[in-house]
Design a protein around this ligand. Structure first.
Ligand code: SF4
Ligand code: SF4
Ligand code: SF4
Length: 357
């Protein structure tokens, strides 16, 4: 028996509905999918993203709702007070399996060699739905192979693994506000395109990676893509915006960067430098000791030796003859010391920094 959700105790901004027999409260304006997910009820989807306009494209989130004819996609259906929703009926399961089989039939990819293996939403949803190889016997698999786009220095595009969920195109329009890519062509020829179907590097793409982090498959993957074993929360040091991020660390090496969705500054977004510009951290070119030029060659020196040399040279300058230029790759504390030194010791306000947004 399904219980009707009472509404008497709710405030004006909250509604109550019933999902799979449980009473669920949701804010007014929420979709059925959001109400279910917030209540811990899983509904599979491949095109939903909380930051993007609902698209209703993958058709995996279909549910049955009492009083409505046919199946409806829960990501585009507003939740209503007193609504009774069923997320796991035989009809729903059959529809999802057929949809998933069609998606996979058109998907070229070898999971073992795919950078997304074990982190792939397509794999996860297929596993949830119990899709097995034997289901494909009656389906004609797609044969068209599209060329890899490796033109971007930070990520690769393999449209053979694309499931046309449009997360990337929506992210590019709605989050990055760039519009470098869009869905084009129809039927089997439909694909994600740049203007004129040129390589991504020849488009207006700013390499922010907002599309890459949202792609549910291996169609968009960072070139440097190794799985981290732990995350370290920190602030991006590149500019004065102060985006919050997580450094993915493996051993003693930074292998990936993720934006912090909880940060009010960047809400998970990052620019190309913050997201992909971490190679310098573990670069073998980084200096680990001071160098002093002797006979035209830089040679390693001790810190005492280097500091004595700098101090003796600086005594020749005073006031505005001197300027200090600091670096975003130094810590805030180190940058504070640089400006303090310029003002208090050298007697000048000539202080600059590459992060002065
Ligand atoms: S995108 Fe996912 S399903 Fe496709 S090959 Fe890669 S890991 Fe496998
Ligand atoms: S990297 Fe950024 S700008 Fe380029 S296509 Fe993706 S979202 Fe658009
Ligand atoms: S490239 Fe990825 S995010 Fe874009 S439509 Fe294809 S699967 Fe979706």
């Amino acid at each position: 028996m399904v219980l009707k959700a009472p509404t008497a105790v709710l405030d004006k901004e909250t509604i109550a509905l019933t999902i799979d027999g449980s009473r669920v409260e949701a804010p007014k304006g929420a979709t059925v999918l959001q109400a279910a997910l917030d209540a811990g009820i899983y509904i599979p989807t491949l095109c939903y993203d909380p930051d993007l306009t609902p698209y209703g494209g993958c058709r995996l989130c279909v549910v049955e709702i009492d009083g409505m004819r046919g199946l409806v996609s829960s990501c585009t259906t507003p939740a209503a007070d007193g609504m009774v929703v069923h997320t796991e009926t035989p009809r729903v399961s059959q529809s999802r399996r057929i949809t998933m089989e069609l998606i996979i039939a058109n998907h070229h990819g070898d999971c073992l060699t795919c950078a997304k293996n074990q982190r792939c939403d397509l794999q996860k949803v297929a596993r949830y739905l119990g899709i097995e190889e034997e289901h494909f016997g009656r389906l004609r698999r797609g044969t068209q192979l599209l060329p890899l786009d490796e033109s971007n220095p930070f990520f690769t595009r393999d449209l053979n693994k694309c499931i046309l969920c449009a997360k990337c195109t929506r992210a590019c329009h709605e989050v990055a506000a760039v519009g470098a890519i869009d869905l084009a062509f129809r039927g089997y020829s439909a694909k994600v395109c740049t203007a004129g179907d040129k390589p991504i590097v020849e488009s207006t793409c700013e390499s922010c990676g907002e599309c890459v982090v949202r792609c549910p498959t291996g169609a968009l993957v960072p070139r440097q893509s190794r799985q981290a074993t732990r995350q370290v929360k920190t602030i991006c040091s590149y500019c004065g915006t102060g985006c919050s991020l997580f450094l993915g660390v493996r051993g003693n090496e930074v292998v990936e960067v993720q934006g912090d969705r909880e940060s009010p500054v960047n809400r998970g977004s990052l620019c190309v430098k913050g997201r992909f510009g971490f190679g310098f951290i573990n670069s073998s070119d980084r200096l680990t000791a001071p160098l002093i030029k002797k006979d035209g060659q830089f040679v390693k020196a001790s810190w005492d030796e280097a500091l004595d040399l700098v101090a003796s040279k600086l005594s020749n300058y005073k006031g505005d003859q001197f300027a200090a230029v600091s670096s975003a790759k130094a810590t805030n504390e180190e940058n504070y010391v640089v400006q303090k030194f310029a003002r208090a010791v050298m007697g000048t306000n000539n202080v600059d920094h590459c992060a002065r947004l």
